[in-house]
Ligand binder design. Sequence first.
Ligand SMILES: [Zn+2]
Length: 337
Amino acid sequence: MRATFITAPGDIEIRQIPEPTLREQTDAIVRITHSCVCGSDLWSYRGVKEVPKPLQIGHEFIGEVTQVGDDVTTIKVGDFVVAPFTTSDNTCVHCRAGFQSACQNLGFYRGCQAEFTRVANADGTLIAVAEPRPEQVRSLLACSDVLGTGWHAAVSAGVGPGKTAVVVGDGAVGLCAVIAARVLGAERIVAMSRHEPRQQLARTFGATDIVAERGEVGINAILDLTDGLGAQAVMECVGTREAMEQSIAIARPGTCVGFVGVPHGVQMPLEPYFQRNIGLRGGMAPVRAYLPHLIELVLAGTIDPGLVFDLTLPLDEVADAYQAMDERRAIKVMLEP
Ligand SMILES: [Zn+2]
């Protein structure tokens, strides 16, 4: 089969490798119908994360089950499935508490920008969806990571009815956090974005205000919008020190910043949290916990997170997909085999 490899920073190529096979009786093999490039894939592409040797890459996909092990009971051959970006048993104490991303049997995919993938703990990981309509497919793909992660930012930040919510970061996750804030009832949703097409999409998803400025000016703009009080639910969807500092500065005392951007070398003093009683909550999203609800919202037509895919390319052009996202020419690229 064809599979995407990152061989060095900036170097993406398709290689021919054997199709995956069942290793455990709890595994499933999925023929990938759609996959995509994640903002976190760009950390390796940009050389921020090391690439010690050529590695298969990609962790977001949907597809059709082609094989299951003897111990798989809820998923069968032919099922169309949505998968979170981690595998989990869905039965251990952490899974039962809703933190499948901390599962005692947590697993990661080897690379899903490919034609097939093996899924460990298929029963605890995959969710079968009956025949989605063609226009819903891209939104189901968005559920596998960006929507679930944006949702986690909103839940962690304590978004709720009547509140003013602010999203820091206008990548696909930040835009999906806007969707989450709307569904969870925020009264006012501020998207911080400098890019016009992303501002527009944020408005489509439910943003009521846009703040294009960053740093001090951006912080003051949020304080102006909130009578100097700060926002009641801040969602940090970037992972840099600047974004984190901005998030703390605009959070109202006594509230939580929900953070889901993968932190890269962020070191911060604790004083601002202490002095203003700001909490920090979030981390790697337990997408599996949210998936049933998110899939329901997509199938009901309540949300359309698939709009974050503004470019679709064949798998063979995956190198262009990375380039387009790296240069911010595309918000998120969908790949079709
Ligand atoms: Zn578990």
